[in-house]
Design a protein around this ligand. Structure first.
Ligand code: PDD
Length: 292
């Protein structure tokens, strides 16, 4: 049974009831986070909570909980979902502007709605490890503040559906010939020893995984450059990777039906993926010892 957190209570997911007047439902007036945990311990919880606070501030919604209170509630949610060895869970956390009569402007009063649930994180399959994944490209139809992790995801949903219909796992979004990010991931392209990813800007989400992967890639000896990346360059990359908290680092071996580089996951991905697994283990160990 999956246990959810809802406005201060822990209860079975099926028992959560959200009002139709909730502004998250009516307007998508809400922000969210997806935070991974391994063997019952959070990975990169601090950066996720920092980003949550930035998203809340950007939509002018005061955080209903302090950093410590968020952590305490989420750790308890993991515990109640019996997370443990071999049981990796992603926590989905959403904060909406709450329930109010329908009017676009902010309500004068009312409390935010806070909802969180746990879902399994599946390890990379052998097929993906050896063969990589397929991705497509599609125009980016989103708004100008994609740095806010908002729940208004209709363009992302439509892009991901296009990918699914093309038997691909992700859609890479393009704006005026530039690579922006994936529908639910950040994008990296490797050219020889150089790893390129688009710089942080309002048009894309500052991925928590992206930040770690930049550090790990440097440690693995790659030269890391944050700069604009053209569509044509992407198509000529030796390797393409997609990063997110639930899928970690995915090697793209086919883009719009064409092979990427050698058409299989490359040595850059193998090295950084291995470094990522070590970083996970080390943080889980530090948390178990209480030193994280
Ligand atoms: N999405 N860009 C977009 C548009 C995303 O939705 C995500 C993650 C990322 C990667 O961010 P991070 O490394 O912090 O997870 C980039 C989550 C996983 C989701 O919507 O389910």
């Amino acid at each position: 049974m999956s246990v959810a957190y809802f406005n201060g209570d822990y209860l079975p997911l099926e028992e959560v009831r959200i009002s139709p007047l909730d502004r998250g439902f009516l307007f998508g007036d809400a922000v969210y986070e997806v935070i991974p945990s391994y063997a019952g311990e959070f990975f990169l919880l601090g950066p996720h909570l920092e980003r949550l606070e930035r998203s809340l501030a950007a939509i002018r919604l005061p955080s209903p909980l302090s950093r410590g209170e968020w952590a305490e509630r989420l750790v308890e949610l993991l515990r109640r979902n019996a997370a443990g060895p071999g049981h990796d869970l992603g926590i989905y956390l959403q904060v909406t502007r709450g329930v109010a009569p329908r009017d676009h402007a902010f309500p004068a009063e009312g409390a935010p709605t806070v909802f969180a649930m746990a879902s399994p994180i599946r390890p990379l399959s052998d097929a993906v490890r050896s063969g990589g994944i397929a991705a497509i490209t599609t125009p980016d139809h989103r708004w100008g503040r994609c740095d806010i992790k908002a729940t208004t995801l209709l363009p992302n949903v439509l892009a991901r559906q296009l990918a699914s219909e093309a038997d691909a796992m992700e859609a890479i979004l393009l704006r005026e010939g530039r690579v922006i990010e994936g529908a639910a991931s950040n994008v990296f392209a490797q050219f020889g020893d150089t790893l390129v990813t688009p710089p942080l800007q309002d048009a894309l989400l500052p991925g928590v995984t992206r930040a770690l992967v930049l550090d790990l890639a440097r440690e693995c000896g790659l030269q890391v450059v944050e700069r604009e990346l053209d569509e044509a360059e992407l198509r000529g990359a030796d390797e393409i990777w997609l990063t997110s908290s639930t899928r970690e680092i995915l090697p793209v071996s086919r883009l719009d039906g064409e092979p990427v580089g050698a058409g299989v996951p490359g040595p850059g991905w193998r090295a950084v993926h291995a470094a990522y697994q070590i970083a996970k283990l080390e943080e889980v160990q530090r948390r178990e010892e209480g030193t994280a």
